[in-house]
Design a binder for this molecule. Structure first.
Ligand code: PEP
Ligand code: MN
Length: 355
């Protein structure tokens, strides 16, 4: 990490960046209100820090060998108290801002009519962003894989519906990208690119999605530790894309016998992650609980834990959904859930940390 002097000139910063490139590393320039900090992407052991310390405009040059640094509070311009946050802007919507943000919609896009009806319902309920899966990760090859599995034309048609529904009800849209071949196509249509829990570890996919420069909803793998989750999120930042929304969606339950929930929602991870990074953290109570009767309570708990928003699966008739019907709530239930969450948020103050 190279810390520049408060009065460092732009040409001095550019010179440091040029020197970093000579060593075969990449530079991540973070301009704060008072000083510029330059993070190094690559193997820092190759760098002669004494040399960097003598360059004009440099205050300090030091090695930082941690799995994540570009997204960490410690090495960024964001303070370590956990109060300052990076806000991901999607149109007028601020994720990680002062108000909780709700993403809602069907697990899978099934028909245009289904999507438009759900979009209308979630908008009325107070959602800000419309979700809908087109490439579905499924355990069984015999299950419905999402309309995208039908081929490029089918994928395009479903993406057009999602775009149209978002435009009609004035909501940005988010959908999951499951493989590298889907990146270019999906990025043409949607505002937020989702990397699902199962692909959290796919470096090549993460890097390709990050290179689009669009906001990314990045979900924690159900077996990943927090450090691992953040270390892989660093791959996105290393592409120069800091528009990262982290999402806790439940980890594998422990012990023998029935767990009664699909996963275990790790809510302690929310404030813990916020201490480590300035990135916004959302929670997905739907996949975590796996049952609609638990979704409202898990939502309230997530907001109380400091989540900056929620992703919730919604259907007007969950019984007829092709995927995840058991965990979908109705638009009316979503409205009630959002209303209570907003009340909890008001009592607790801003989203983010509550020390
Ligand atoms: C989803 O959000 O559609 C999804 C499949 O979630 P996860 O990747 O968390 O399982
Ligand atoms: Mn689902």
């Amino acid at each position: 990490m190279i810390i520049m002097k408060t009065d460092a000139k732009p040409e001095e910063i550019a010179n440091v960046v040029k020197e970093i490139k000579k060593y075969g590393l990449r530079a991540d320039v973070s301009k704060g209100a008072f000083r510029t900090v330059i993070g190094l992407v690559g193997d820092e052991t190759k760098i002669d820090f004494d040399h960097f310390a003598t360059l004009p405009g440099v205050r300090e040059a030091m090695m930082v060998e941690t799995p994540y640094k570009l997204i960490s509070r410690e090495y960024s311009k964001f303070s370590e108290t956990g109060e300052e946050r990076f806000v991901v802007k999607v149109g007028d919507i601020e994720i990680g801002g002062d108000e909780p943000i709700y993403m809602a919609g069907p697990c899978a896009v099934e028909t245009k009519e289904q999507l438009l009806k759900i979009a209308e319902g979630v908008k009325r309920a107070g959602a800000h962003i419309l979700r809908g899966g087109i490439f579905k990760p499924r355990t069984s090859v015999h299950s419905f894989q999402g309309l995208g599995a039908g081929g490029e034309e089918e994928a395009k048609e479903a993406l057009e519906w999602l775009r149209e529904a978002g435009n009609k009800f004035e909501m940005p849209v988010v959908t999951e990208i499951r493989g590298e071949t889907q990146v270019d196509l999906v990025a043409d249509y949607v505002d937020i690119l989702q990397i699902g829990a199962r692909n959290m570890y796919d470096q090549d996919l993460i890097t390709k999605v990050a290179s689009k420069g669009k906001p990314i909803l990045y979900k924690r793998h159900f077996g990943a530790g927090v450090e691992e989750f953040l270390s892989f999120a660093e791959y996105i930042a290393a592409e120069g894309n800091k528009n990262i929304i982290l999402c806790e969606r439940g980890i594998i339950p422990i012990g023998k016998g029935k767990s009664y929930t699909r996963y275990t929602l790790d809510l302690g991870a929310v404030p813990a992650i916020q201490k480590e990074t300035y990135l916004p953290v959302m929670v997905d109570p739907s996949h975590a609980a796996g049952r609609r009767d638990l979704v409202p309570n898990m939502s309230y708990a997530a907001i109380a834990a400091g989540a900056c928003g929620l992703m919730i699966e919604v259907h007007y008739n969950p019984a007829e959904a092709l995927v995840d019907g058991q965990q979908m709530i109705t638009p009316d239930e979503l409205k009630e859930t959002i209303d209570v969450c907003n009340r909890i948020h008001r009592v607790l103050g801003s989203s983010g940390n509550k020390d």
